[in-house]
Design a protein around this ligand. Sequence first.
Ligand code: SAH
Length: 202
Amino acid sequence: MIRSLDHEIADKRVVEAMKRVPREAFVPPELRAVAYEDRPLGIGFGQTISQPFIVAIMIQALELQGDDKVLEVGTGSGYVAAILAGIARKVVTVECIPQLADSARLALDRLGYDNVETHVAGGVLGWPAEAPYDAIIVSAGAPSVPETIVDQLAWNGRLVIPVGSRWQQELLKVTKLRTGNRVENLGGCYFVPLVGEGAWEE
Ligand code: SAH
């Protein structure tokens, strides 16, 4: 998995950070044998741990510098939060399904990550209490770029979010500039739906 990422991902800090995270610790026991295949895997409750390649593309686009405060919306298994923890100063991650938030917390604690804060949240998108964030990664697909999420971004901050229909999205990178938001399209993708105010209904 790491060898193929190394070919395609230019930011070697992202590849190095991914090398340090055991993906097998974030999948259900019966899927451990396939944990390093480059595809999403079921984690229960109709949700998935994201495909490593798209995770790498998303984290690279966040342009982390090492001292950033990052928000992740959609903790899921905790895998992305663990990778972020290796590059950023602080990670705040929110999940709307309490059971997933609990098992992610457990997995992160077991591996000793002490710069990741997990919260159960969903109705209101993100975690405004700790805004602004230098970077925000949304691990679920939205019908449009939610204003409430952009509000939680610092000036010059980067947001990466899948936007489109429930079944097909484009990965957008939004840079919040004082002169207006710059939006870049990083390509097609497929994510489970982001639910909540300003996103999809349940
Ligand atoms: N990054 C995760 C992928 C999780 S899939 C991983 O590596 O495992 C996306 C997750 O987003 C799901 O667990 C889903 O429950 C959650 N989610 C959907 N809408 C949400 C919202 N508004 N707030 C928080 N979490 C949300």
